[in-house]
Design a protein around this ligand. Structure first.
Ligand code: NDP
Length: 484
């Protein structure tokens, strides 16, 4: 016999009637006795939390990272020790510019935010499906994003604004070349690579640090769509493809590779290794395969897991670290700050954000402090002492052996705002262009001309100059498409 489940209020009391409100007479107004109705309406009014300003439209799934190469010589992090070691992961893909209810098959960068639930805490690599980004300084980020969003008056997308920003910011040329190439619209989330994009770091038990770039190469193969093909796709097609593949056991996977640069190599390398608009050429720093990433479990509840997943590049574990990459430094602040705004100061206590290890600290209270933050820490850390240092035995203490090795500043490191206008903004975009087939070059020029054609004459002229500096043929092709 099945047990009957009764409808209840949020305080757990059974509800006798949920179809009709209480009114004064059959045709009369409602009364204050309707407190159950008030709870229903009030909760409904609060269903939405602030949408992410970027990466609002997301798609999440759980899975496993299997380490196939022992990295104990490079990193103290236990999830990188041994072979065949498995770590639970959560991966959230996203588009960047559109809101939560925008379409899937837009020409846009895709977010590739990965969380490793390691035994020593959560490690988040909050990357994209591109190895570089549009800007190298976080001071430019809000302006860049505003230029990609809808026009403040008409509330319509305005490609002319994209190019107006880019014409004054040639540091975007490399990323524009990727975005406008055939890879700008993946066929599905399974058919694209992921990249940590930033230069991150690892350090070992001897206090030696190396700089690291992470690459996640799709095992499904790269597949892309043209603008015309994308226009015929259903708005939710990428979400459907991901959920259905995992449901039927066709688990998408990625080969995990890293590039490694020593601190000494970094000092002598011709390219600034911390510039997010640049890659490290594979011929200089070959990819080393270290593992496999597999998605094998769909979320049970989209809001609780995918929407509330709070990735932050500041979530690190002993043995992995950040780097002087200026964009990364900005994100170390901005991501955790965004989550405090969207989800509250205790966002890391939500199930999808909880580490799989004990949490012991002296932080207490705040909005929505949860019970059982971790299996061991109890309700808001129960009655345990809430200040440090203290004289008690068995209270949380720092662990000096996990201190990150100190990072020297370059000599003559004057504190000021450094102007990077004279950086080489063109060579790597040109290298990518020259790698492309005839068909890819034509698609690239056509895709650019589509939006650039809406910009002013001055913006068009400056953009053609930028493309020409990447490669004269690149400039000529865009010019020809604009005129055609
Ligand atoms: P390689 O010839 O060793 O590698 C070229 C890389 O370009 C491959 O990783 C390939 O990815 C990728 N690629 C091919 N077409 C596109 C595209 N339309 N959009 C984005 N990536 C693409 O060259 P280098 O390492 O010397 O780099 C040359 C250029 O390749 C760079 O300037 C950069 O634009 C691009 N690139 C380089 C990467 C790096 O980390 N070095 C990473 C990604 C791109 P795949 O193997 O998956 O087909």
């Amino acid at each position: 016999m099945t047990k009957t489940t009764y409808l209840t209020t949020a305080n757990g009391a059974p509800i006798a009637e949920d179809n009709n409100s209480i009114s004064a007479g059959e045709h009369g107004p409602l009364t204050f006795d309707n407190y159950r109705l008030f709870e229903k309406l009030a909760h409904f009014n609060r269903e939405r939390i602030p949408e992410r300003i970027v990466h609002a439209r997301g798609y999440g799934a759980h899975g496993t990272f299997t380490l196939t190469k022992d990295l104990s010589d490079l990193s103290l992090a236990k999830f990188l020790h041994g072979t065949n070691k498995k770590t639970d992961i959560f991966l959230r893909f996203s588009t960047v510019a559109g809101g939560q209810d925008s379409g899937d098959f837009v020409r846009d960068v895709r977010g590739f935010a990965l969380r490793f639930y390691t035994e020593e805490g959560n490690y988040d690599i909050v990357g994209n499906n591109t190895p570089v980004f549009f800007v190298r300084d976080p001071a430019k980020f809000p302006d860049f994003i505003h230029s990609q969003k809808k026009d403040p008056k008409t509330n319509l997308p305005e490609p002319a604004h994209h190019y107006e920003f880019w014409a004054s910011n040639p540091q975007s040329m490399h990323q524009i070349t990727i975005l406008m190439s055939d890879r700008g619209i993946p066929k599905s989330l399974r058919h694209m690579n992921g990249y940590g994009s930033h230069t991150l770091s690892m350090w070992n038990d001897k206090g030696e640090r190396v700089w690291v770039k992470w690459h996640f190469k799709t095992n499904q193969g790269i597949e892309t769509l043209t603008n015309e093909e994308a226009a015929k796709m259903p708005a939710d097609g990428m979400q459907a493809d991901l959920v259905h593949s995992i449901d039927k056991g066709d688990f998408p996977s990625w080969s995990v590779k890293i590039q490694v640069m020593t601190e000494d190599q970094a000092k002598r390398y011709a390219i600034n290794p911390f510039d997010l608009t640049k890659v490290w050429p594979h011929s200089d720093f070959p990819l080393m395969e270290i593992g496999q990433l597999e998605l094998n479990r769909n979320v049970e509840n989209y809001f609780a897991e995918t929407e509330q997943a709070a990735f932050a590049p500041s979530n690190m574990v002993p043995g992995v670290g950040a780097s002087p990459d200026k964009m990364l430094q900005g994100r170390l602040f901005a991501y955790a700050d965004a989550h405090r705004y969207r989800l509250g100061v205790n966002n890391q206590q939500l199930p999808v954000n909880r580490p799989q290890c004990p949490v012991h600290n002296y932080q207490r209270d705040g909005l929505m402090a949860q019970g059982a933050q971790c299996p061991f820490s109890g309700h808001n850390q129960n009655s345990s002492v809430n200040f440090y240092p203290n004289d008690r035995e068995d209270t949380p203490k720092p662990k000096p052996e996990v201190a990150e090795p100190p990072m020297p500043l370059a000599e003559n490191a004057w504190i000021k705002a450094y102007d990077t206008r004279d950086e080489d903004n063109y060579s790597q975009a040109g290298e990518l262009f020259r790698l492309m087939s005839e068909d890819q070059k034509q698609q690239l020029a056509r895709n650019i001309a589509g939006g650039l054609g809406r910009a002013t004459e001055s913006v068009q002229k400056r953009m053609i100059q930028h493309f020409t500096l990447c490669d004269p043929d690149y400039g000529m092709r865009v010019q020809a498409e604009l005129e055609g």
